[in-house]
Design a binder for this molecule. Structure first.
Ligand SMILES: NC(=O)c1ccc[n+]([C@@H]2O[C@H](COP(=O)([O-])OP(=O)(O)OC[C@H]3O[C@@H](n4cnc5c(N)ncnc54)[C@H](OP(=O)(O)O)[C@@H]3O)[C@@H](O)[C@H]2O)c1
Length: 349
């Protein structure tokens, strides 16, 4: 054991986050070989945290654990053999849970640099959504139109693919739309509440479709094609799954791609899709898979690019509330409240 007791959130049984996350004090260990001790400053609450706490990934989650896949901190101490990191440096300790605590002991190789001019709030939201949006667009939206935000190819709307973004008012949905806009693409946005239209103000879209409207929900493939100017879309970015994800796959042009990256509906895509539309590609995107297999230099470069997009506003997240770790239950209640307009952040001081 290492020093002064610090606060951490802990999950001892799986369940709804608001019921099972508790706080406690503990003595953090000193960093071992190749490790650093990071004094956390700010962490975000993301759907992936809530899903992990619920037990959906119980087979790869050992109880008890400290939640939080995204947060920023300052290196406090380095263990034996650590090169390239020094006390006082601001870092994002990624690649494992544990951001919802005052001190995270992490492997030095997973502590990535933070652009100096990002605020702590920006830094604490500069990894999961910005990097996912950037990588999905790079990999699955035609690289020929991807020079503006994503950094390769030549930008321009001529010949740009039709793109659909659902859960469009989510933090990542808005980022993806802003990135597409920089590349000259105006996607069809799909939301589930009329109030979400306000959150899309200032973004350029071909149309905003609301699935609370029965006429939209019941004929979604046809409505999407019509909204895209009669041209079936080439790419759908799907964070919802279930019936909605299935209908958006049905709207795709032959050879099109549904990038399935979230399960906000809690339901899988319809199994019949594979036989109904054998001509479309359905890919599952998981940031975790990319991060854990990427070459370290590529990961650092991609994260730096994502952070630049946060700094210039393209991949910025609206922040609804910042609460101290001691109020984690209240933070989780606000996370679950309908009509939330931005991210919930946890302050670790
Ligand atoms: N695969 C990956 O590697 C990866 C990486 C990043 C994010 N994601 C996924 O991306 C999704 C969005 O993440 P985020 O951080 O941007 O979320 P967020 O903004 O914090 O919250 C999600 C928002 O989506 C809306 N929503 C919830 N259920 C919905 C549904 N059934 N249909 C349509 N909209 C719904 C909610 O708004 P309203 O209640 O106002 O509708 C909610 O505010 C999550 O599923 C997350 O897991 C995946």
């Amino acid at each position: 054991m290492g020093g002064t007791p610090v606060l951490r959130c802990v999950v001892r049984t799986f369940g709804p986050a608001v019921d099972v996350v508790t706080t406690e004090t503990y003595d953090p260990p000193r960093p071992g070989p190749g490790e650093v001790s990071v004094r956390m400053l700010m962490a975000s609450v993301n759907p992936s945290d809530l899903v992990t706490i619920s037990g959906a990934y119980a087979s790869r989650t050992t109880l008890p654990f400290v939640p939080g896949f995204e947060g920023v901190g300052v290196v406090e101490a380095t263990g034996p053999g650590v090169r390239g990191l020094a006390a006082g440096q601001r870092v994002l300790p990624i690649g494992s849970a544990g951001a919802w605590q005052q001190t995270k002991v992490a492997e030095a190789r997973w502590c990535l640099p933070v652009l100096p001019h990002l605020t702590d709030e920006q830094a604490a939201t500069s990894y999961i959504n910005p990097l996912t949006a950037l990588l999905m667009l790079r990999q699955y939206v035609d690289p020929g139109m991807d020079g503006g935000a994503t950094g390769t190819g030549v930008p321009g709307a001529a010949g740009a693919p039709g793109v659909v973004v659902n859960a469009a008012a989510s933090a990542i949905g808005r980022m993806a739309i802003r990135m597409l806009n920089r590349d000259g693409v105006e996607p069809v946005a799909v939301v589930r509440h009329p109030r979400s239209r306000e959150q899309l103000a200032g973004l350029r879209t071909a149309a905003v479709l609301c699935t609370s409207d029965a006429a939209v929900r019941e004929s979604l493939p046809a409505v999407v094609r019509e909204a895209a100017g009669g041209r079936p879309p080439a790419v759908v970015l799907d964070a919802v799954g279930g019936a909605e994800g299935g209908d958006l796959a049905r709207a795709l042009a032959p050879g099109g791609t549904l990038v399935h990256y979230g399960l906000l509906s809690g339901r899988p895509l319809p199994p019949s899709l594979a036989t109904e539309r054998p001509d479309v590609r359905i890919v599952l995107f998981r940031l975790r898979d990319w991060v854990h297999t990427a070459d370290p230099a590529r990961l650092t470069d991609a994260l730096a690019r994502a952070q630049r997009l946060v700094a210039d506003g393209t991949a910025a997240s609206a922040v609804a509330h910042v609460l101290p770790l001691t109020d984690v239950r209240e933070a989780l209640r606000r996370e679950a409240a309908p009509g939330r307009t931005g991210k919930i952040l946890l302050r670790a001081d």
